[in-house]
Design a protein around this ligand. Structure first.
Ligand code: G3H
Ligand code: 13P
Ligand code: ZN
Length: 311
């Protein structure tokens, strides 16, 4: 069933588990994610970035948002588990409006690269627009710096728990993504993975909101190896270790954003079939194995997050 992100995450917050928010750009990924959720009897969030809306609409992001909604609504109506549609990293007001108009369950307004006051004011405006429509809002505090980013100090990019309390009170935001040391993509850490659990704990205590972990892919070694075996060149990939992810959930993360793990899994399966079936020209035979591999990785992640059986 098509569902409210807020209801899904408030239940997760009350009961202490996390729900996966998986990104998609096409039908194969979306079908696999929803099939996996139904098989696991788990609530699920599917998310589109601004780039996904441009891709889905072949250059017209509003068309992309409407298409995303229609696909998600159709698939959600065919399963028993709650399925919510979320705008990921909305940085421009027009994309927020496309999502609100298209019927999304929730939007993220990401002004994390702006000064605190600007982030606060911009988020407040989006809350004022979204709440009367029954649509919930996520915002981000701190920055998700990548391993290569030239930042002055780690502290300067991580969330400030005091600011988080003020931000939540003044904006009325529904979910908060605190930067605690993760980053997007397949190369998250140079040496050992370091997440600031102390900060996370303080943000949870001061806000009590459902919290979101961005850049939460685990980057499974077997999938990276499989991809490399069939011609990929991914070296030094490193994701969030399982024990760190478990601890983050224990300390209050309720929404876990995953995109990279699905990209690597799909790409590895596609490379394999392209290599092994060189005379195949039917796109269904080429893309089908990727979709099947995605169902398995999403089921795996759902079980890991503790949301299996929570629908
Ligand atoms: O937040 C990052 C997601 O992986 C979406 O990435 O902007 O390339 O679609 P994208
Ligand atoms: P990953 O790159 O770790 O999958 O993170 C995805 C994400 O945070 C989407 O918002
Ligand atoms: Zn993200």
């Amino acid at each position: 069933m098509y569902a409210s992100t807020k209801e899904i995450l408030e239940k997760a917050n009350r009961e202490g588990y996390a729900v996966g928010a998986f990104n998609f750009n096409n039908m194969e990924f979306l079908e696999a994610i929803i099939e996996a959720a139904e098989a696991e009897k788990a609530p699920i969030i599917v998310a589109t970035s601004e780039g996904a809306l441009k891709y889905l609409g072949n250059g017209d992001p509003y068309r992309g948002a409407k298409l995303a909604y229609v696909m998600v609504k159709t698939l959600a109506d065919s399963v028993s588990v709650p399925v919510a549609l979320h705008l990921d990293h909305g940085k421009h007001m027009e994309f927020i409006l496309y999502a609100l108009q298209a019927g999304y369950s929730s939007v993220m307004i990401d002004l994390s690269d702006k000064p605190f006051e600007e982030n606060l004011e911009g988020t407040k405006k989006v809350v004022e627009l979204a709440h009367p429509l029954g649509i919930s809002v996520e915002a981000e505090l701190g920055k998700l710096a990548g391993v290569e980013d030239n930042v002055a100090s780690r502290e300067s990019v991580l969330v400030d728990p005091e600011e988080a309390k003020e931000f939540v009170e003044k904006t009325g935001v529904d979910f908060l993504a605190p930067a605690i040391g993760t980053s997007h993509g397949a190369f998250k850490f140079k040496g050992e993975a370091k997440l600031d659990f102390d900060r996370l704990k303080k943000v949870k205590e001061s806000t009590k909101l459902p919290l979101v972990l961005h850049g939460a892919s685990m980057v499974p070694e077997d999938k990276v190896e499989l991809a490399n075996k069939y011609g990929a060149e991914i070296k030094g990939a490193k994701g969030v270790p399982g024990d760190a992810l478990k601890k983050a959930i224990e300390f209050g993360i309720n929404k876990v954003n995953v995109d990279t793990d699905l990209r690597i899994t799909f790409m590895a399966a596609l490379r394999k079939v392209l290599d092994e079936k060189r005379s195949e020209i039917d796109p269904r035979k080429l893309l089908g194995p990727g979709r099947e591999a995605l169902v398995e990785i999403v089921r795996d992640r759902i079980r890991f997050l503790g949301s299996s059986g929570k629908a």
